[in-house]
Design a protein around this ligand. Structure first.
Ligand code: SF4
Ligand code: SF4
Length: 369
């Protein structure tokens, strides 16, 4: 079995070395110098947090990464792609405002913020990959155009993939709206008739004439719909939503294949970090975060996107479940905390498939710095 190095720093600090300094040492040890060259444009992909969520990575801990890239002559920017749903990050304007309100100001992070997929999520590059499920992926253009990609993921539970780490941050997080929709749903969005007031805004907006009004309710013709997802944002009443019924293993496979697409041509120019802090049960896309499942553990860095997620899930499961969390079972050391929260979700699918398509290896050596 192949092994990749996964570098780990715990959260112990001293007068000699605080956490930002230790984090900088972590990424330098993991090989930052090997991926960043002078004048490289460096995308630091993270999640700015939905408004009201408090579990996302603290901006002051993103700054040491920015500063380390600048020291090597790179030009870093912080980035994420817009969301599918009509939350506070569904277009570039509300996304940037949310990011700044969550503390990602230039004065704190020392780098500009650039949304990866344009004003409404329609700016993407088509990446041909010809994998088992995905043949062409739609990735945020600014991420594709960057010379270097550093993924900075908050590791936590996830309602569709069991956990969300590097693969989620890459495969789903870098996809433009069309790519997110492709992963989330095999079909077009659906209308919730009870919420639809028949205003017709979606009918006017749909560039593919896929929506009509029937008895004062919107109706989407799946034959006409191209799955761009724009009507989800346009509806002022939240009456159009993604079909969240996609087969879960299929969803995880798609996410792994999208990660492959994001890294196409960048394998030697990428690094992955997982923050095992505030390990909440669900995605940072919600406007709240429930109590952490386990105590804070530390930060991981690796050049292998599969090994780092495997190491992260193992470290979480070695912990004792926090008494004040939503966990009612699987609380002992070695028990699966993510199965404890989502008993029907087999999170191993994303790792198995990622390894099978050559994204990385589930075998790892944990190197504590
Ligand atoms: S925009 Fe929303 S409320 Fe208006 S017709 Fe379309 S689905 Fe119904
Ligand atoms: S997803 Fe796009 S193409 Fe499909 S109905 Fe909505 S706006 Fe039209």
């Amino acid at each position: 079995m192949a092994f990749s190095n996964v570098y780990f720093c715990n959260l112990r600090t001293s007068m000699k070395e605080n956490l930002p300094t230790k984090l900088k040492r972590l990424i330098e040890t993991a090989g930052l110098k090997e991926i960043v060259s002078v004048r490289n444009l460096v995308a630091i992909k993270l999640h700015f947090g939905e408004k009201g969520n408090a579990a996302f990575i603290r901006p002051i801990l993103v700054r040491p990464i920015v500063d380390a890239v600048k020291e090597l002559g790179g030009a870093p920017f912080l980035t994420d792609a817009n969301t599918l749903y009509a939350g506070t990050r569904g277009n570039s304007i509300s996304h940037l405002i949310t990011a700044m309100e969550n503390g990602f100001a230039y004065s704190v992070v020392n780098a500009p913020l650039i949304i990866a997929d344009g004003l409404r999520g329609a700016s993407f590059s088509k990446i041909r990959i010809e994998k088992e499920v995905i043949k062409t992926a739609y990735i945020g253009k600014e991420i594709v155009e960057a010379d270097v990609l550093i993924s900075v993921a908050h590791f936590k539970g996830h309602e569709l993939s069991g956990f969300g780490g590097t693969i989620k941050n890459m495969g789903m997080g870098c996809a433009a709206r069309k790519g997110k929709l492709e992963q989330h749903s095999d079909l077009s969005p659906k209308v919730k008739p009870k919420k639809c007031v028949g205003c017709g805004e979606c009918v006017d907006h749909c560039a593919h004439q896929a929506i009509s009004l029937r008895e004062e309710k919107a109706h989407i013709d799946p034959e006409q719909c191209v799955g761009c997802g724009e009507c989800i944002l346009i509806c002022p009443n939240g009456a159009i939503d993604v079909q969240w019924n996609a087969d879960i293993p299929l969803f995880q496979k798609k996410m792994a294949e999208y990660t492959w697409a994001v890294l196409k041509g960048k394998k030697k120019k990428s690094m992955f970090l997982n923050f095992l802090t505030n390990i909440s049960p669900a995605c940072d896309c919600y406007g709240h975060n429930d109590a952490p499942l386990v105590p804070d553990i530390g930060i991981l860095a690796s050049r292998d996107p599969v090994a780092i997620d495997q190491a992260s899930v193992d470290l979480v499961n070695q912990q004792i479940g926090s008494a004040g969390s939503c966990l009612t079972g699987c609380t002992g050391p070695g028990e699966d905390k993510f199965r404890g929260v989502y008993p029907k979700i087999d999170w191993t699918v994303q790792l198995d498939h990622a390894e099978r398509i050559g994204l990385g290896t589930r075998g790892y050596e944990l190197v504590t710095i």
